[in-house]
Design a protein around this ligand. Structure first.
Ligand code: 5GP
Length: 211
């Protein structure tokens, strides 16, 4: 009997401007079997945002209770609000066989690795910092000071690049998306993901020998 395989949890981090948002949305839209993790937050919904779609919106006390009860893989505070990754949603999706993608910063990624050792950590980067600056300036939406801020942050994040399982160098979004898909599919081949298959193979061998 073929057992339904559980999904992979993959965290995608990377420099701001590296194109990770684009490749994550292409992955979700172009391939089957993926789900995006939905974070919990205490910030108010923005115009057009929907509870359970963009975020799970929580009261401050509710969020702190989730922290106390260890219901989050990781969390952080930005501008007086909490943001975190609820375990329940990820677990449900993984049990249903979905590969769950989490777009999260380096600190969050390293926190998750402690609580979920099988997690796949992928770091997305452009081929060079020259290219990163070009992409950031090409957006035309930010001041020079904001761009410098992003580059400073990139320097802080680069310190942790070798904690990741894979460094995904994105030349163009299409190739980057396919490479990300291939990396996640490779994780499905790990022995830890194939436990049911392995014991089935062993049982078949035992049967063969008994005949
Ligand atoms: P925004 O309020 O603009 O939706 O998000 C603010 C910041 O929170 C962004 O940098 C976003 O990446 C971060 N963020 C969103 N969800 C999570 C989460 O689950 N965990 C962590 N650590 N950060 C998150």
């Amino acid at each position: 009997m073929k057992m339904k395989e559980k999904g992979v949890l993959a965290v995608v981090s990377g420099f701001s401007g590296a194109g990770k948002g684009t490749i994550v949305s292409k992955l979700i839209n172009n391939y089957d079997g993926y789900a995006l993790s939905i974070s919990a937050t205490t910030r108010a919904p923005r115009e057009g945002e929907v509870d359970g779609v963009h975020y799970f919106y929580k009261e401050h006390e509710e969020f702190e209770k989730m922290i106390e009860q260890d219901e989050l893989y990781e969390y952080a505070r930005y501008l007086d609000n909490y943001y975190g990754t609820p375990k329940a949603f990820v677990r449900e999706q993984i049990a249903a066989g979905k590969d769950v993608i989490l777009e999260i910063d380096v600190q969050g990624a390293l926190q998750i690795k402690k609580k979920y050792p099988g997690v796949l950590l992928v770091f997305v980067t452009p081929p060079s910092i020259e290219e990163l600056s070009r992409r950031l300036r090409g957006r035309g939406t930010e001041t020079e000071e904001q761009i410098q801020g992003r580059l400073d942050r990139a320097r802080d994040e680069a310190v942790y690049m070798d904690e990741y399982d894979f460094i995904l160098i994105v030349e163009d979004p299409e190739t980057g998306t396919r490479k990300l898909h291939d990396l996640i599919q490779a994780v499905h081949c790990r022995p830890s993901m194939k436990k049911a298959f392995i014991s089935d193979i062993r049982a078949q061998l035992d049967t063969e020998r008994g005949e």
